[in-house]
Design a protein around this ligand. Structure first.
Ligand code: FAD
Length: 448
């Protein structure tokens, strides 16, 4: 292909452009915003002000597309550590076992990561960006069988392939309908989530040097927190509340809310830590998945990608890594030619999305207020996962199985591997007195 256009220059757009650069003579990223020259938030990515975790799978793909980027980010201040040894994951009443897993975490703010990826992408000789440009619609052949470009202002920019990476608010369903195609079926799972984020100065004694603390919301309390070490010697802390449980913005109220989380360690850090800046809030009503792979008809020369296909409850930290995994699929699909591109790409992207979707939705359905399709199987899986997490308080085998799925490195059924099931059984059969004593020692080791 001679020319590829990527609509939207956020994480999905950048990763898509990177994949296209190996298959198109030239690639143009068309972005509504102007790109900041330094590490800064921008209007088109409001979620960038909130805690963003990069999963191990996402990190692996970044390294594949941009060799050396992890070291470059670390040298610039990103915080590195083992995701199980150097982090606290509080689930089912205690922290999961701490051990060296080889799952390498790379912690940094969203604009810090996006800026580094953007620099790498725009340094490619055949990629250019057209900033401050809003795409208003698609240009198509007379019979609407092929998308031939995009409409911007009074102008049409032509291309062999256009990819929509404009995120959750994508207009692709409407644009396709306007061309006589069907809209993709949309699945929604309502989680009514409120994010409140604040930053604090990080001190060496905090969490005894650990780099992350995660206490996910429980079905009972519906409150949780994610605190990650960031570049510049800081913590980002997002307090998460489902179904009307939003954390207050004022510092005192924010700290008091942290005191009500299932585990004390986040509160213990921030009650005496130096705050940086003001609080920010965001609402996230529902995980959404658009089923492009199920459409019978789709125009040639057009794809949809990233959050425009699916956006997940953000507490699982999946969106950027899913975009990265889709970029790998796009690269491989194009490597096999451009015939039937949409059909082949959407089938592969759907397989990528299946895993994070089932992880996020399956867990979210533990809350009875969550609105989405339920089945009896989900209850059994969630019962098993609670037992697995209990066994994982002491045993690295179920703990690693859990983290590998959460990092999109293994499919969910891998937690049912006979070796894991056996350890889950053993972990839950131990005499209660033993279990309680060990739990105390794990908690003591975790510093609370
Ligand atoms: C509160 C919150 C927290 C999150 N936390 C995490 C996390 O911890 N880890 C993680 O991996 N993911 C997280 N995500 C998801 C992550 O932010 C996205 O998955 C990621 O940004 C990829 O999205 P995207 O590039 O598809 O879309 P977006 O990031 O939404 O970007 C869309 C881009 O398109 C541009 N645009 C829109 N319309 C037009 C137009 N008509 N013309 C030109 N340009 C246009 C916008 O300006 C923007 O740059 C979180 C999301 C939210 C909401």
């Amino acid at each position: 292909m001679e020319h590829g256009i990527v609509v939207g220059g956020s994480m999905a757009g950048l990763l898509c452009a990177r994949a296209l650069a190996d298959h198109c003579g030239r690639v143009t990223i068309v972005e509504r915003d102007s790109f900041p020259a330094t590490v800064e938030n921008r209007r088109g990515v409001p979620q960038g002000r909130h805690t963003h975790g990069l999963l191990a799978s996402g990190r692996d793909v970044l390294e594949r597309f941009f060799p050396g980027i992890a070291q470059e980010l670390i040298a610039a201040g990103a915080v590195e550590g083992d995701l199980t040894r150097d982090s606290r994951w509080f689930m089912q009443g205690a922290c999961l076992a701490k051990f060296t897993s080889g799952l390498n975490g790379l912690l940094m703010s969203r604009p810090f990561l996006e800026t580094a990826v953007r620099r790498r992408v725009l340094a490619l000789p055949n990629v250019q960006a057209r900033e401050n440009t809003t795409v208003e619609g698609l240009a198509a052949s007379a019979d609407n069988a092929r998308v031939t470009g995009i409409k911007i202002g009074g102008e049409t920019l032509t291309a062999d392939l256009v990819v929509d990476t404009t995120g959750r608010g994508s207009h692709s369903p409407q644009w396709l309908e306007g061309m006589g195609y069907g809209k993709p079926a949309e699945e929604r799972v309502e989680v009514a989530l409120a994010y409140t984020t604040r930053w604090f100065r990080r001190r060496p004694e905090h969490l005894d040097g650990d780099i992350a603390a995660v206490t996910p919301p429980t079905p009972e309390g519906k409150r949780g927190g994610v605190m990650l070490a960031q570049e510049g010697g800081r913590w980002t802390l997002t307090l998460i509340g489902h179904f009307g449980q939003a954390a207050p913005l004022d510092l005192e109220g924010f700290i008091e809310y942290a005191r009500t989380l299932p585990a004390p360690f986040i509160y213990e850090v921030i009650r005496n830590a130096e705050p940086i800046g003001d609080a920010m809030s965001a609402r996230f009503q529902a995980s959404v998945r658009r089923r492009y792979e199920k459409l019978q008809r789709f125009p040639e020369g057009y794809l949809v990608f990233g959050d425009a296909i699916s956006s997940f409850n953000p507490i699982y930290g999946q969106g950027m890594s899913v975009a990265a995994l889709e970029a790998v699929q796009l690269d491989e699909t194009l490597g096999q030619g451009s015939h039937d591109l949409a059909k082949r790409f959407f089938a592969r992207a759907s397989k990528v999305v299946d895993i994070p979707w089932s992880v996020a939705v399956g867990n979210d359905l533990r809350m009875k207020e969550t609105v989405g399709p339920r089945n009896a199987g989900a209850n059994i899986i969630n019962w098993y996962m609670s037992k697995l997490q209990k066994a994982a308080h002491h045993d690295p085998v179920p703990a690693l199985a859990f983290h590998r799925v959460g990092n999109l490195l293994a499919p969910p059924p891998s937690v049912m591997h006979p070796r894991v099931v056996w350890r889950v059984l053993l972990g839950n059969l131990r005499p209660r007195s033993n279990a309680a004593a060990e739990e105390r020692s794990v908690q003591a080791a975790a510093g609370h």
